[in-house]
Design a binder for this molecule. Structure first.
Ligand code: ASP
Length: 404
């Protein structure tokens, strides 16, 4: 009997953790397998985003429809990120993980935080090929949108180019399919390496802090988002979790929303039945700017640092944390550890000591895996909700299920 891909990935996660614990440092020998898997994924991100976005925009047709989808996506992304931060702030105030913590901190984090101005100007590529070479996803999105709209407006004469992008899109999805078959292997290697390198000993002193972040992420992923999915997307959350499991598990093991993007797209289109038109627009944008997990994490970590230093933050300061954590998550690149770096924005905004980052560094990778899973899950839920609001009939829509 052939196991389903998501079952294979689940087995890979569990056996990867076991192998990491058993082998310890020696697990690094399988690192090459994990690295190759991530490279394969990253290899197709840019052509995939470009091809599917251009094809998607052309199929949306006119600019007004595109604007409507864009507005819905924006509202969903902002609202869910703020909800996530809100949950994080409530939990960190109630559980107070930083009270009584006196941890040594010696690390200096080299923080190159993007300024808001540079985030905005970077959207418009100075040189398309340079942006492609540097994986500047927002610039690629901008250019692809423009190209798609232009192709639609030129019409008949641009047909060959439209066909080309549609073909390219189909081919990229086929390659994604192939890479996905390797996912269990890649996931196993990544898990074994991470756990082997880190061990579980680092967790102990920071257990309450980690539990606070994980609980917050859990509430957002299993309560808030499913409610939105059910009410606005009319999609069964249990079914959707099954549909998207491969993507979420890949996010967990790679800790990168960008690397996971091809698999998220594949699951969303093939399993959940969201059209390429919506998926190709909502997902790449989401992977880059919608990071519910990261925003929640940054708010909790900042509060944890404040508590550990015995600094009391007023309600107003906590509101500033809420806003800056949202902005910092938008500015964070979809790669491992990015959230830790943009947290500087949050700490600076309320005058917290930047050295505090050294305190949370030890367990960042584990929490990164968790928050990236929530980031990807949030994007996927968003795409399903927007698709439904656009009148699409999806695989797990309640009206599609057989009546009992
Ligand atoms: N690793 C996260 C992501 O790719 C970003 C972060 O570090 O929070 O979604």
């Amino acid at each position: 009997m052939k196991l389903k891909i998501h079952t294979q990935i689940l087995i890979a996660i569990i056996s990867g953790v076991a192998a990491g614990l058993l082998l310890g440092e020696k697990a690094k020998h399988v690192k090459i397998v994990g690295d190759l898997f991530i490279r394969l994924l990253r290899m197709i991100i840019i052509p995939l985003i470009m091809a599917s976005m251009v094809a998607g925009v052309v199929s949306i047709g006119n600019i007004r429809n595109l604007g409507k989808i864009g507005l819905r996506t924006f509202v969903y992304y902002m609202a869910t990120t703020l909800l996530a931060v809100g949950v994080g702030l409530i939990l960190v105030n109630v559980l107070k993980p930083g009270a009584g913590v006196e941890l040594g901190m010696e690390t200096n984090v080299e923080a190159v935080t993007p300024s808001v101005v540079s985030i905005v100007t970077d959207i418009v590529p100075k040189n398309l090929f340079k942006s492609m070479a540097e994986d500047k996803v927002l610039s690629i999105i901008f250019f692809s949108l423009l190209l798609g709209v232009a192709l639609s407006s030129v019409g008949e004469k641009a047909k060959p180019l439209v066909t080309l992008f549609e073909a390219l899109n189909a081919v990229m999805l086929r390659i994604t399919d192939w890479i996905m078959r390797l996912a269990p292997l890649g996931v196993f290697a990544l898990m074994a390496c991470t756990i082997g390198q880190m061990g579980l000993a680092v967790i102990k002193p920071l257990a309450v802090y980690m539990a606070t972040v994980v609980l917050g992420l859990g509430i957002h992923a299993f309560i808030t988002l499913p409610i939105l999915l059910s009410v606005f997307g009319r999609y069964s959350p249990a079914r959707f979790i099954k549909d998207m499991f491969s993507a979420v598990a890949t996010a967990f093991s790679t800790a990168s929303s960008a690397a996971t993007l091809p698999i998220t797209m594949d699951c969303l289109e093939k399993k959940a039945g969201v059209s390429n038109k919506i998926a190709s627009f909502v997902l790449p944008l989401g992977a880059t700017v919608n990071m519910d997990g990261t925003a929640l994490y940054e708010a909790v970590a900042a509060m944890f640092i404040a508590q550990a230093y015995g600094i009391d933050l007023t309600l107003w300061q906590q509101l500033v944390i809420m806003l800056t954590a949202t902005l910092a998550s938008i500015g964070a690149a979809a790669i491992p550890g990015a959230g830790l770096v943009t947290m500087v924005i949050v700490l600076k905004a309320v005058g917290l000591p930047l050295e505090g980052i050294g305190m949370v560094l030890a367990v960042d990778r584990l929490l990164d895996m968790c928050r990236t899973s929530v980031n990807v899950w949030g994007d996927a839920c968003g795409a399903a909700v927007v698709a439904r609001l656009e009148g699409e009939e999806l695989a797990g829509n309640r009206s599609c299920q057989p009546k009992l």
